[in-house]
Write a protein that binds this ligand. Structure first.
Ligand SMILES: *Cc1c(COP(=O)(O)O)cnc(C)c1O
Length: 387
């Protein structure tokens, strides 16, 4: 289906709401029925017919259709956060006694789900270095039900060979789930590569304006039906109609925003790779990246996150550099209009990952919609402070 059609028109039945171009925010918890037979019919198909907004809401429904079509999938569910989507996807596919193989260094709360939360219910997990397929083969047990991927991760960008993992999982009847937030469904076609469930933090690129927290779960209809009937309705992590409307608004410009931020990122990465005050730049589409070939094979763009190792003598110099930046906000998250930095030296030591300590001079950058020149000038004046 044509991308511009999906973003601008799909699911929008304007004649149903006064021919308004922008869809209405159906801000209601409840929907009424004229007769018993219509109510009975609705109860049999709560996923498609609005009865109560914890199940279906017409504004959210428009968003669901667009998100599924964007990924080339049958269906999608929208959640109140990326973590709610991740948790529902995982919990719906395990029972007590089951095992999960998860890639190392996933998003912090994904790690927590496998490390702390699910063990309470008798579900265990093995975290593997996902850069080699043999590590997945070795970790699989007779009770493994899920392989959970995040390719790339959003800090040091290690990738997994998605098609190789899918092949392995399919041969053993294991469900594959991928956190595809980094690339979005536009730039990494996970469903087409055979992944069973794609999950996203819609808070990042999809929202794009740093004003909504939300999550997407994308799969075939059989899987979304199963999750809807259980985790979706039972855990109740739904999005508000107002936030769904903001996400529909943001989708209109998603390809433009991705193109712009990626172009700026590539220019800055090239410049920083030559810079004497930089020890190293980590970026999937950089030729020095260890998995460059794989990145080029399965991703359409390199994205707008990259990480540097600053040529600094000590933590004080790293702090001076970070504190001097005026055009980069120091903040968590990413994917919005504004450029950001996240220095590893700010982390409380080993908060989430026991085995993982980042170098003191590591700084993660997110590039927003500002001009390249303006960001470069800002970096130059900060470099000067630590010369
Ligand atoms: C932010 C993020 C999440 C969590 O999403 P929320 O919307 O904050 O719940 C999950 N995965 C990745 C890769 C993220 O960057």
């Amino acid at each position: 289906m044509d991308l511009s059609y999906i973003l601008n028109h799909l699911g929008e039945e304007r004649e149903n709401y006064f021919n308004a171009v922008s869809p209405p925010i159906i801000q209601t918890s409840n929907f009424y029925f004229k007769d018993v037979s219509s109510l009975r019919k609705a109860f049999l198909n709560e996923k498609e017919i609005p009865i109560y907004t914890r199940g279906n809401n017409p504004t959210v429904e428009i968003l669901r259709k667009k998100i599924a079509a964007l990924a080339g999938a049958e269906d999608a569910l929208v959640f109140s956060s990326g973590v709610a989507a991740i948790s529902a996807a995982v919990i719906s596919n395990v029972n007590a006694g089951d095992h999960v193989v998860c890639v190392k260094k996933p998003y912090g709360w994904t790690h927590r789900l496998f490390d702390k939360f699910l063990p309470r219910f008798g579900v265990t997990a093995t975290m593997v270095d996902g850069t080699a397929i043999e590590n997945f083969e070795r970790a699989i047990q007779s009770n493994t039900k899920i392989i959970f991927l995040e390719s790339p991760n959003t800090f040091t960008f290690e990738l997994q060979d998605i098609e190789a993992v899918v092949k392995l999982a399919k041969a053993k009847g294991i469900i594959t789930i991928i956190d595809n937030s980094y690339s979005t469904s536009l730039n990494q076609r996970c469903i087409e590569m055979g992944i069973d469930i794609e999950v996203h933090s819609a808070t990042k690129y999809y929202g794009g304006h740093s004003d909504v927290v939300a999550g997407y779960l994308i799969s075939n209809k059989k899987m979304t039906d199963k999750i809807f009937e259980s985790e979706f309705l039972n855990l109740g992590g739904i999005i508000s109609p107002n936030d769904a409307w903001l996400l529909i608004r943001s989708l209109r410009t998603l390809p433009l925003r991705l193109k712009q931020t990626t172009e700026t990122t590539e220019r800055l990465v090239q410049w920083l790779e030559q810079h004497p005050q930089i020890e190293k730049v980590i970026y999937p589409f950089s030729e020095s990246f260890p998995q460059y070939e794989l990145a080029k094979k399965q991703m359409k763009h390199g994205g707008s996150l990259f990480t540097i190792l600053l040529n600094a003598k000590n933590v004080e110099q790293v702090e001076t550099f970070c504190n001097s930046l005026q055009r980069f906000l120091m903040a968590v998250s990413w994917g919005g209009h504004e450029s950001l930095i996240m220095p590893a030296c700010s982390f409380p030591v080993q908060q989430h990952y026991k085995e993982q300590v980042y170098p003191f001079n590591l700084i993660r950058f997110y590039i927003g919609l500002e001009d390249t020149g303006c960001l470069m000038d800002d970096l130059k004046q900060a470099f000067k402070k630590i010369e």
